[in-house]
Design a protein around this ligand. Structure first.
Ligand code: HEM
Ligand code: HEM
Length: 184
């Protein structure tokens, strides 16, 4: 896994670190996601999705296509083992006027949007295997993913959970929620 991350696999997958960074930290300026500390099963699901086209991205697809099942397993385990960002542990209930925090913790039921943390875990820290952490992920990258669900280039989520949410978010909520999780 570490070898693929740093040197590629010699079969067409280049070194991941050129985009995802030497510690899997990603690159906020260009919207490349942090991979460090994401769940291994989530990472391998994404790599298979780029391979089978249920998640379309011209930058990632050629590398994913060049990875064998074993490569995917190894590189996913490697990134999962790297330390993620420092996550907050203290819990303070949200106030309704704090739009982003309220959306994260309570949702927006007038528009049928459940609380993000219902699935992504308290403080957006992620819930093992299926639900990726949002805390500390780059806002630029998260915005790109919400747009990908809106325009159908990402349709890989198991129960179509994210697509409806992405579509129902207002433009204001969209900007505030991605900034909120990025700075948690
Ligand atoms: C997204 C893995 C190489 C650019 C991702 C994701 C994974 C991943 C798992 C999804 C992250 C998530 O859902 O949170 C890898 C691995 C690589 C590799 C294992 C090496 C074999 C690269 C390289 C580039 C790149 C070399 C740049 C040329 C991107 C971009 C995205 C992404 C732009 C976001 C794509 C989107 O919007 O769906 N990568 N990556 N990756 N990666 Fe890589
Ligand atoms: C993935 C945002 C609510 C289930 C994601 C991702 C983002 C996101 C940005 C992509 C992460 C990445 O690529 O690393 C949000 C926001 C929410 C919200 C802003 C609230 C407004 C929910 C809820 C559920 C859910 C309520 C469950 C009912 C999922 C799942 C994935 C995901 C299953 C991973 C899909 C896959 O395997 O590709 N979410 N989310 N999310 N979210 Fe949410």
């Amino acid at each position: 896994g570490q070898a693929i991350s740093q040197q590629g696999n010699g079969q067409g997958a280049v070194a991941c670190l050129s985009c995802h960074g030497p510690q899997g930290e990603g690159n906020a300026a260009v919207g490349f996601p942090r991979l460090a500390g994401l769940p291994a099963d989530y990472l391998s699901h994404q790599l298979r999705s780029y391979r089978d086209g249920t998640r379309q991205n011209p930058m990632m697809q050629p590398f994913a296509l060049a990875l064998s099942d074993e490569d995917i397993q190894a590189v996913s385990a490697y990134y999962a083992s790297l330390e993620g960002p420092n996550l907050p542990t203290a819990y303070q209930a949200a106030a309704p006027e704090n739009t982003a925090e309220w959306l994260a913790e309570r949702g927006d039921w007038e528009n049928t949007i459940p609380a993000c943390n219902q699935c992504h875990g308290p403080n957006g820290q992620g819930v093992r295997d299926i639900f990726p952490p949002l805390a500390g992920q780059h806002a630029s990258y998260m915005a790109a993913q919400l747009n990908a669900w809106r325009n159908g280039t990402r349709s890989n989520d198991p129960n179509g959970l994210m697509q409806g949410i992405a579509e129902r978010l207002s433009e204001e909520q969209f900007g505030l929620i991605t900034a909120y999780y990025a700075t948690l």
